[in-house]
Design a protein around this ligand. Structure first.
Ligand code: EPU
Length: 418
């Protein structure tokens, strides 16, 4: 039976919460194990549906995986190079095996990801990069087929930054012949985490975290043990939650430096914060104020926090705008928030939000991962009635126990079947 999340809002949050490993770091790290025959051990792996899907994909390719949280992936016997439609359709990040497979086996056949709830999301920049490195790439029957005896280093200029595109080409370049330069590369911390694991495996990489990454190809890599970085979006979600509910929480096992754009906007909204090396304390009492945000590639305001921030703005005093520049369709939460009494006008890529004094509970439908999180937050802020969210499998794709962690902070949130 399908699960639902139920929430009775209006309870201030108090206590400590521990952030899990980052989904968007764990997935490329798992794909990168294909590059080094033998057993790689990845620790701090979040318990998520997407991690499970990547595991199934690696097993389909011939890897053997064991563990949960601490995940051992043995790629010695990998002998497949195709990522089938059934797996890719459930998780676009399956495309991350493309670069490693071409790099290690000289070929790959990966189902083309289709559009999804948040936008068209083409992979043309991944393909152009592989072609620049000498791969022959064909599109046939809905699959991307790439072949190359050995990839050659190249200078690749992304027309605009792409996170998984940068990761794919980074993984392709580490075993290529000669030097690859990725220009206008994504600067996200998850790219830096991947580069750090690849370097530990023996890759020669410099410049990660800037828009120019240089990779000197090596002939082989060796497996390592590596810990996934903390999930900055999970941490940001708790920060928005405390703005909505009020309270006093300490978020542990996070990297405050990864959240600068989010913290600055939330401070402007009136949440008081102090931070140490791996924790943030957030306190909120008064009603928060309207603040405008525009999403941007890192270090700008993350698109993955846009929906949660909008939930906060629905209850903040004044008029705010939220502009989405990364994914054209990432506004599926808007009609659901309006059904809770929010006042939001949407035109193209900009939402104008007039803060209301209260939201009320309603039956809601989750449509994608971050939209689900925004509905949970709005439910925590709804002071009249119960919020009931269906299709919570979207939430479970990318949050490791969000509802349980919020409940331990005092929120009245629980799951029910049917
Ligand atoms: N784009 C192209 N062509 C390409 C690649 C990207 O036009 O070949 C466009 C996209 O359509 C989009 C923009 O470039 O408009 C940026 O997309 P990007 O490639 O950076 O996104 P992604 O790599 O597919 C990752 C995260 C997303 C996150 C985005 C942006 C992973 C596994 N996924 O996606 O995470 O929103 O970067 O930061 O890392 C999520 O966790 O909820 C999520 C969607």
């Amino acid at each position: 039976m399908a699960e639902r999340i139920l929430i009775e809002g209006g309870v201030p949050l108090r206590g400590e919460v521990f952030v899990s490993g980052a989904k968007n770091a764990a997935l490329p790290l798992m794909a990168a194990t294909l590059l080094a025959p033998g057993e790689t051990v990845i620790t701090n792996v979040p318990r998520l549906r997407d991690v499970q899907t990547m595991r199934t994909l690696l097993e389909h390719l011939g890897a053997s995986c064991r563990g949960d949280g601490v995940l051992s992936i043995d790629t010695e016997k990998v002998n497949g190079w195709d990522a089938p439609y059934d797996l890719v359709k459930t998780m676009r990040a399956s495309i991350l095996v493309l670069g490693p497979l071409v790099s290690r086996f000289g070929r790959a056949r990966v189902s083309q990801p289709g559009g999804c709830a948040i936008g068209a999301r083409p992979i043309n920049r991944h393909i152009a990069g592989l072609e620049a490195m000498g791969a022959k790439v064909f599109l046939e029957h809905g699959y991307v087929v790439a072949q190359a005896d050995r990839l050659r280093g190249a200078e690749i200029v992304f027309e605009a930054p792409t996170v998984t595109g940068t990761e794919n080409l980074l993984m392709a370049a580490v075993l290529a012949e000669g030097e690859t330069v990725l220009l206008n590369a994504a600067r996200e911390p998850e790219v830096v985490d991947l580069a750090a694991m690849l370097r530990a495996m023996g890759a020669k990489i410099s410049g990660e975290g800037t828009d120019e990454i240089r990779i000197e190809g090596v002939s082989s890599l060796t497996p390592v043990a590596y810990e996934v970085m903390p999930d900055r979006i999970e941490a940001g979600t708790y920060l928005a939650a405390v703005g909505i509910c009020g309270g006093d929480i300490v978020i542990r096992d996070c990297v405050p430096g990864h959240l600068r754009a989010v913290i600055s906007r939330l401070e402007k909204a009136g949440i008081r914060m102090e931070a140490g090396e791996d924790w943030i304390r957030a306190v909120s009492g008064e009603r928060t104020r309207a603040v405008d945000v525009m999403t941007d590639p890192y270090p700008g305001f993350p698109t993955d926090m846009q929906a949660q921030f909008m939930a906060l703005m629905t209850l903040s005093e004044g008029l705010s705008t939220v502009t989405e520049t990364i994914f054209e369709g990432r506004f599926m939460h808007v009609p659901e928030l309006c059904r809770m009494g929010a006042d939001i006008t949407l035109s193209e890529r900009k939402a104008v939000i007039r803060g209301v004094a209260a939201l009320y509970g309603a039956p809601l439908m989750a449509t994608d991962l971050r939209a689900s999180a925004s509905l949970v937050l709005a439910g925590l802020g709804a002071t009249r009635g119960v919020t009931e969210i269906s299709r919570v499998y979207h939430l479970d794709r990318g949050y490791d126990g969000l509802d349980g962690k919020l409940s331990r902070l005092g929120a009245r949130i629980w799951r029910a079947e049917g």
